[in-house]
Design a protein around this ligand. Structure first.
Ligand code: 6PG
Length: 262
């Protein structure tokens, strides 16, 4: 089931919410979209820059990208992978967003290792944020905000996205591309892209699944954020598209799921 408004570029809508029967189909469809966007970008401009999200929700997407037909169809030599956020742990740590993506997907496809741009989570957080910002400037240049072709995002039940948590001062960061906020509720630092970077992406794709996300998704998509916007409500690509892929459980409040109108 789709709902959308506005139109972006050539027929692409500026905002779209698509609901799937389950997270596996959501993952397969997200993989098909990733493959389409990557092929278009590499054909048109020689490269595709995507920032990955962490957590558990993207696992079905990453598994799909590691298998047929996407493993064979995607022009991996032109694909560059970055992260939207990372935990401050080594790359082989169970909590590492890099480790989950690497084990589930990246290690299984012929992407050149120099195209995989990891956040150095085990380093001092501030130094790691500075280092990652240098990596981004080396790739995108410094003429303006970096323009990712795609930024994948998840949503926490508190409305956080990437590692932008409610009440964090990083939400006001308008100069840095990468920050290392201390997350009070987690009692730890995180590395994260900042809002101006995320809002400069050509496409932002939120993935949310499970009934535990239904309330927060309803709030994000149906309440006016004017008073106290949640971090996920601050994601408003200036020129790009904002897409939501939900499974029927995270979209329960919409009382319909994809396939009802078949
Ligand atoms: C992280 C993420 C974070 C995540 C949400 C949802 O590093 O944890 O980037 O923003 O996307 O917390 O996590 P789940 O997909 O596990 O529900």
């Amino acid at each position: 089931m789709r709902s959308s408004n506005g139109t972006g570029g050539a027929g692409e809508r500026s905002e779209e919410v698509i609901v799937f029967p389950d997270r596996e189909e959501m993952g397969r469809e997200a993989a098909a979209a990733f493959a389409r966007w990557a092929s278009e970008a590499v054909r048109g401009g020689g490269r595709f820059a995507a920032a990955l999200s962490g957590g558990a929700t993207p696992r079905p997407l990453y598994r799909s990208l590691a298998g047929s037909p996407f493993r064979e169809a995607i022009p991996w030599k032109g694909v560059h992978l970055f992260w939207g956020d990372e935990r401050c742990v080594p790359p082989d740590h169970p909590d590492s967003n890099y480790r989950m993506a690497y084990e589930t997907w990246i290690s299984k496809v012929p992407i050149p290792l120099e195209n995989v741009h990891r956040m150095r989570g085990k380093d001092d957080p501030k130094a790691a944020a500075d280092e990652y910002e240098e990596q981004l400037r080396a790739f995108f240049g410094s003429a303006g905000w970096p323009a990712f072709d795609l930024i994948l995002l998840g949503v926490g039940v508190d409305g956080h996205t990437a590692s932008l948590f409610p009440g964090s001062s990083v939400l006001n960061q308008q100069r840095r591309w990468v920050a290392a906020p201390f997350v009070e509720k987690l009692k730890t630092h995180r590395l994260t892209l900042t809002l101006p970077v995320i809002n400069n992406a050509r496409r932002v794709l939120f993935l949310a699944a499970g009934e535990e996300k239904a309330n927060i998704m309803k709030t994000i998509l149906t309440t006016d954020p004017a008073e106290a916007p949640l971090p996920a409500q601050l994601i408003r690509p200036r020129h790009g598209r904002r897409l939501f892929f939900l499974d029927q459980f995270a979209a329960a409040w919409m009382n319909r799921k994809r396939g009802d109108d078949r």
